[in-house]
Design a protein around this ligand. Structure first.
Ligand code: UFG
Length: 322
């Protein structure tokens, strides 16, 4: 059994690759390095550099490496930017998924684990999101992920594709000192960049209807997330039933203000964040139940918030020193 990880050189993809390798599963990576880094790939893992929009390349990667299943992480993940660049987002996330599925059908690969997102819910009107909560994406990014889920489901009906979509909540932390979040748009990397440059980190809005006025999110450790990808791949390999979608949420809400406190505690740096205007498109609160994933996908919060902050800071500040 060999699994292809698209986007396997990115922050999340590289954790998935290493988790699969650690379980003795053969892996090949396809990544165009637009936001990934070849240094994140473990030695000995075959790497195909290219974009999922290149159907011939995808088909030959599947064929050449005798791939039996795909973890499809590659995608453009910035909700805010997707509003400015909808066509780019749809090309990467929707057309990219179509091209991948076409290549899989052509080569006869019939298992896929898809990286979806909490962004499919938009601003939920419930304390605790479940898989049954209404989908109401507020950005081309969220829409593109929902369309991806639909395409998988339709292809499942048409061709027997075995599939599941994992809706990520706020993925943070580092499982390895040499792999860290390099996103230019998310809270942890922006906060750490500010601290390392001696600037004040920003809080985007402190007048939300939440206990401390800052947005509440569901933060999960990237290694726990990677473990559930392995479990999903193993279930598909074993022909065991899976749900079409799972929320990878912890059920716990943490505010941006609380993250600032956790970072102060972890780094020992005494800083005062600057309150900036709200960032358009941010829901006040989104927190999900991970009950279904806990039942089927070994979804366990093995890491505390302090583990998430400590490991993320360690990897990020080590990278600066390297
Ligand atoms: N934030 C700040 N200051 C910053 C950066 C972010 O206050 O410098 C705030 C945001 O306004 C938001 C919170 O921190 O309230 C988290 O923001 P992120 O950009 O880290 O994460 P998002 O919740 O916007 O989005 C992330 C992923 C999406 C995914 C979503 C699911 O980037 O792909 O989680 O909740 F869909």
């Amino acid at each position: 059994m060999t699994w292809l990880v698209t986007g396997g050189a990115g922050y999340i993809g590289a954790h998935v690759v290493r988790a699969l390798v650690d379980r003795g599963i053969d892996v090949v990576v396809l990544d165009d390095l637009s936001s990934g880094h070849d240094s994140f790939l473990p030695a000995g893992v075959p790497f195909v550099q290219g974009n999922i929009l290149d159907g011939d390349l995808v088909a030959s990667a599947l064929r050449d490496h005798a791939v039996t299943g795909v973890v499809h992480v590659a995608g453009f993940k910035y909700a805010g930017v997707s509003v400015q660049r909808p066509l780019h987002t749809y090309a990467q996330n929707v057309t990219g998924t179509l091209v991948l599925l076409q290549a899989m059908a052509e080569v006869g690969v019939s298992r896929i684990v898809f990286s979806s997102s909490a962004a499919v819910y938009g601003t939920p009107d419930t304390e605790l999101v479940t898989e049954a909560t209404a989908k109401n994406p507020q950005s081309p990014y969220g829409e593109s992920k929902l369309i991806g889920e639909w395409i998988l489901a339709d292809q499942g009906v048409a061709s027997g594709l075995a599939h599941t979509s994992l809706r990520y909540f706020n993925v943070v932390g580092s499982g390895y000192e040499d792999v860290y979040d390099t996103s230019p748009h998310n809270l942890f990397p922006l906060l750490f960049d500010a601290l390392l440059d001696g600037r004040s980190p920003k809080i985007f809005g402190d007048d939300y209807p939440t206990p401390d006025g800052t947005c509440v999110r569901d933060y999960v450790h990237v290694s726990d997330l990677a473990t559930s990808h392995v479990a999903a791949a193993q279930r598909l390999d074993a022909g065991e039933p899976v749900e079409p979608v799972y929320n990878l949420g912890s059920g716990e809400g943490v505010s941006v203000g609380e993250i600032m406190t956790a970072v102060r505690d972890s780094t020992g740096i005494d800083f005062t964040p600057e309150v900036a205007p709200r960032r358009p498109g941010d829901p006040a609160r989104i927190v999900a139940s991970g009950e279904l994933a806990a039942r089927d996908l070994d979804w366990v919060m093995r890491h505390s918030l302090a583990d998430m902050v400590d490991s993320a800071w360690r990897a990020r500040s080590d990278a600066t020193r390297r």
